[in-house]
Structure formats: structure tokens, C-alpha cells
Design a protein. Sequence first.
Length: 168
Amino acid sequence: MDVRSYETADADGLWEMKRAFETELGEGGGDEKETAYAEKLTEDYRTRWLGWVENCVAENPRTVLLGTVTDGDGDRLAGYVFLLPESLALVWDAAVVNELYVDPQYRGTGLAEDLLAEAVAVARDQQLPLDRLLLDVDRENDRARAFYDAHGFDHWGEMLARPLGDGD
């Protein structure tokens, strides 16, 4: 396994992992959440998200890192970590892991640890208002919570959400 920076040629593979990440998030929260996450994964969303990836990578090529494995067909993408660039640090006054995803067949192999270690190294290079690395994790995702607990993350506030639709 290896960890390297994202390149534009990786867009299709990164998008497939992003789709899997979003699909798993939706599946973990009941029918309404599952439908909402599935419906957002449109071609327009793909274009916008990959454009945002390109903007972040233009600021710092290490903000999106890919985990690769070598098999009989060459290198294959097996996971990624997306750390927000330093210019967005003021949103939370800290470094932020936006997403960390590992293909289910590579979970438990150490790839998630490698990706997180690289994200921590990038975050340490950022000039931050608070010396913290933040992320959010679904309360029901016991495996992810255990992973982050084992790597020194503590509960720090709570994220709340509400719909933006008319009449809500």
C-alpha cells in the first residue's frame, strides 16, 4: 500500500470512492437519509465536487491523498483522505478532515491509519487559530468512532442540522 497526492487523472476513481462514501453515510441513517444522499449524487454534483477538489489541490496538492494497492492489474485506488486547505481553517478555527474513506475490502489493513497519519502531517504544516484537527463522524458508526478514539480524537462539540426547504 502507498499514499500519494491526487492528480486530475484520478478523478473517475476518486469519484467512485466518493459515491461509495456518500452511499454508506446514507445507509447508516434510515430511509430518509439514504434517499437524500442517493439523490444528491447527480452528474452536476459530481462536476461541482470534482471542481472543488481541483481548487483545493491547486492550493495544496497534499489536501487530497489517495491510498493505492498494487494487484495483478497495477495500482488500484483503495481509499482517500480529504483535508480542507488552510484557507478554510477559519471556518472551524482548526484543520478539518472533510472525508476519510477506505474501500471495505481494505479496511483493517492499516490503510486508514496511513491516510490519517498523512492528513495529520499536512495539518501540522497549516497555520491554524487552534491547534486541532477536527472531523465529524456519524454517531451510529461504531467502527469509525472506535478508529478515531484509538487515534486520539475526543468529543468536541456537536454538529446539528436542519432542512433549508420552504416552510421548515
